[in-house]
Design a protein around this ligand. Structure first.
Ligand code: PMT
Length: 401
């Protein structure tokens, strides 16, 4: 099998150091990568690093190896061009069609998918000139990944960070696989992770949700063109590229965040494991040890139930059911009863068990039966959490007007 040919364009921003890890991710997952830095990028990371890790010669100028006509050949031969980081200056040049170095020439000659991963200070990202350039590039069919929010170069924080290289590599693999943009123009909200209900400043009631299933839903929706918000309860994973992440701790915080984001959403998927109960009292100081301890609990609001009550006519609502079979019924029996109680459009029923169980909490795999309000039942066999997520989006897509 021929290895996909990827061009990694690197422009002159401090996040160039993270592109080194992106290069590593791409080469180690079977891609041939040609790195084309701008001259400014070499001020941050030198040519030997790119050459050693890609195993290929590196040039910035159209005047190097002219007999091989690199300013045309590199772009023509590429299956994917990804520019990470893409500075405001590089985006402006690409939008205007300028070609004053090897990278901008490559962008003009490439006929393959092009991904830009911008990274810059928030003010530069939000400037109308940059936003207009991003809109131009998106209108031409390029994928411009939204920057992440967090610590910037100095002491300040805001939108403008380069997304995690592992997540950027996942975006590249999906673009190379030719994912259909069937959720373009849709706004989706996904809840992920497990809530924590505090007893005191150091102890909480929680569950084993890692957030992997919710992350997979967010990542796949983003790759299919949706604008994605994840409400994340205690998830310790690198943030999916191009996704807005709202951090929460408790079920009440999750409720407020999900209900606020759901107002303008076409789809809400509740993959989070939300605590059904919270302690009546949260102590301000650490509880002292006693022989026995009784904790009084009160019910948390049913967020999915509230979403169903407040829904607009064309909003699609998806719940997950984490089930074990018992003397009262099978996993599916309990799932069917839960769908009837909750009133959502789809309920993804996955069996959960102890640590090491192949489905449900913590692991990389999952299997489910997706029950629909119209009576349909779709079985999704054991596979990756991304495969289940993609199947869920297929079923959501069929229900979107
Ligand atoms: O994060 P991972 O480690 O990858 O694990 C994934 C998962 C097992 C957590 C996920 O696949 C899953 O099953 N999520 C739902 C877990 C859950 O809370 O199930 P439930 O059967 O208790 O709740 C049913 C539905 O109601 C869920 O959509 C839940 O988000 C929602 N709910 C529950 C309680 C509550 N107070 N409000 C709610 O909205």
């Amino acid at each position: 099998m021929t290895r996909p040919q990827v061009v990694l364009g690197v422009s002159g921003g401090i996040a160039a150091y993270k592109a080194v890890e992106l290069l590593r991710q791409l080469t180690e997952s079977g891609h041939d990568v040609t790195v084309v830095p701008t001259a400014a990028a070499l001020s941050f990371v030198g040519e030997p690093t790119w050459a050693a890790l890609s195993g290929r010669p590196v040039a910035t100028s159209v005047w190097t190896d002219v007999h091989e006509v690199p300013h045309v050949r590199i772009g023509q031969a590429a299956d994917l061009v990804v520019v990470a980081p893409a500075t405001a200056d590089l985006l402006a040049k690409a939008a205007a069609g300028l070609a004053d170095d090897l990278l901008t020439n490559t962008l003009l000659t490439a006929r393959c998918p092009v991904v830009f991963a911008p990274a810059m200070h928030t003010e530069m990202w939000e400037h109308p000139a940059t936003q207009a350039n991003v809109a131009t590039l998106r209108a031409r069919g390029c994928l411009v990944v939204e920057p992440a929010v967090g610590r910037l170069t100095g002491a300040d924080s805001g939108k403008g960070r380069l997304p995690d290289p592992v997540e950027l590599a996942a975006v590249c693999r999906r673009v190379l696989a030719g994912v259909d943009q069937d959720l373009a123009g849709r706004r989706v909200v996904v809840s992920a992770g497990g809530t924590r209900e505090h007893l005191d400043p150091v102890r909480f009631l929680g569950n084993r949700s890692s957030g992997k299933q919710g992350w997979a839903l967010a990542r796949t929706a983003q790759a299919r063109g949706a604008e994605v918000v994840v409400v994340a309860a205690n998830v310790a994973l690198p943030e999916p590229a191009g996704v807005k992440v709202v951090r929460v701790t408790s079920a009440l915080e999750l409720r407020d965040a999900v209900l606020a984001e759901a107002v303008s959403a076409d789809v809400v998927v509740m993959a989070a494991a939300v605590a059904d109960y919270r302690p009546v009292e949260r102590l301000a100081t650490k509880r002292k040890k006693t022989d026995t301890l009784q904790v009084e609990l009160v019910q948390n609001p049913d967020v999915l139930g509230e979403l169903v009550a407040a829904r607009s006519a064309d909003q699609v609502l998806v719940g997950f059911a984490a089930e074990t079979g018992d003397a009262d019924g099978s996993v599916l029996d309990h799932g069917r009863a839960k769908l009837a109680r909750k009133g959502c459009d789809l309920l993804v029923v996955n069996e959960v068990g102890e640590t090491g169980h192949p489905t449900g909490f913590e692991g990389e795999s999952n299997a489910a039966v997706v029950l629909a309000a119209d009576g349909a039942a779709v079985e999704v066999p054991l596979g990756s959490k991304e495969a289940l997520a993609d199947r869920v989006w297929d079923l959501v897509r069929e229900r979107l007007h």
